[in-house]
Design a protein around this ligand. Structure first.
Ligand code: B12
Length: 254
């Protein structure tokens, strides 16, 4: 005789009075609280609710603004950063021609040759990348604390500067001029909807013209409510020391 399996229902009985009264949106709320992603927003026929439609447009505007506008010029002056340009001359061109954002223009090459200290242990520079807001939110804390922490670790640090319309690949061009052991780029990340304040540190050991992303490391999502700048600085110093000790970076680093 085959054994009958006892039927077990693990769902609460909806006929019980507590269940009858339970908030039907409870699970949806739990899901929404678990993520900042735009989930369970509902719809009215084929359209979003007016509130959600407006919120999406407002959040999208934050993103567009962060990508299209320049970094506050007063901040760059306040931080006494030398300013140079990549080969992308407008924001439109920057977005359409990433290759131009990876090269310094002729004036930049001349300026950096005139002003930079050659062969520091670490060269730091800053780029707008895809978010002016990211640079503005983090630079005043991140740059001085990184410079100080590297100096405290006994490493010499080159003169920092700012590149307009910058891409990550500039690490190669810059180190072609300064010949640092490690080159570090603080750059605005591609913004998410309504979140534009996140900056990254891309870095590599002795980058040169044929260096690729596989030879680089990145510490990302740096902002006060993400990876806080001070924690990012600690991680960066440890990573840079490791690169120098192992004379390599990227996927070769152990
Ligand atoms: C866009 C993006 C990509 C795009 C890059 C395409 C492009 N041309 O822009 C694609 C989809 C190809 C990609 C791929 C990968 N990515 Co990605 N990417 C991003 C994203 C969303 C934004 C990056 C950004 O804004 N960069 C700044 C702009 C200005 O840089 P850019 O010069 O325009 O573009 C360069 C960088 O984006 C760089 N890049 C992108 N991802 C990665 C990852 C690593 C480890 C490195 C060194 C470089 C790098 O590649 C581009 C060309 O040089 C970030 C998320 C974030 N919060 O930052 C993740 C992020 C940087 N990527 C990540 C990862 C893991 C990868 C992959 C290794 C995934 C995989 N397993 O294949 C690959 C590596 C690709 C590579 N370049 O070698 C992680 C890095 C985690 C870490 N701390 O190491 C992040 C933080 C996402 C995450 N949270 O997991 N990525």
């Amino acid at each position: 005789m085959s054994k009958k399996k006892e039927l077990q229902i693990d769902l609460p009985d909806p006929t019980e009075s507590a269940e009858r009264a339970r908030d039907k949106l409870h699970q949806t709320r739990q899901l929404r609280e678990a993520t900042s992603a735009r989930i369970a927003v509902g719809h009215v026929g084929g359209r979003p609710h007016t509130r959600d439609g407006l919120l999406f447009s407002a959040d999208h505007a934050v993103t567009q603004d962060a990508i299209m506008r320049p970094v506050d010029p007063d901040l760059l002056l306040e931080m006494q950063l030398l300013q140079v340009n990549s080969r992308a001359t407008t924001r439109q061109q920057y977005l359409r021609r990433p290759d131009l954002g990876r090269m310094l223009d002729d004036a930049a090459i001349a300026t950096l040759r005139d002003h930079l200290t050659l062969q520091p242990d670490v060269q730091i520079f800053v780029g707008d990348g895809l978010s002016a807001a990211a640079v503005e939110h983090n630079l005043p804390i991140l740059l001085p604390s990184l410079t100080l922490a590297l100096a405290e670790a006994g490493l010499s640090v080159g003169i920092p500067f700012f590149v307009h319309n910058a891409r990550v690949g500039l690490l190669n061009a810059v180190n072609g001029l300064v010949d640092a052991q490690v080159c570090v780029l603080l750059i605005g990340e591609r913004p998410g909807l309504a979140r534009a304040e996140s900056i990254s540190m891309y870095m590599g050991y002795r980058p040169k013209s044929d260096t690729t992303d596989a030879d680089r490391n990145v510490i990302s999502n740096i902002y006060q409510n993400g990876l806080p700048p001070h924690t990012a600085v600690q991680q960066a110093v440890a990573l840079i020391q490791k690169m120098i000790a192992q004379q390599t970076s990227g996927i070769a680093l152990v």
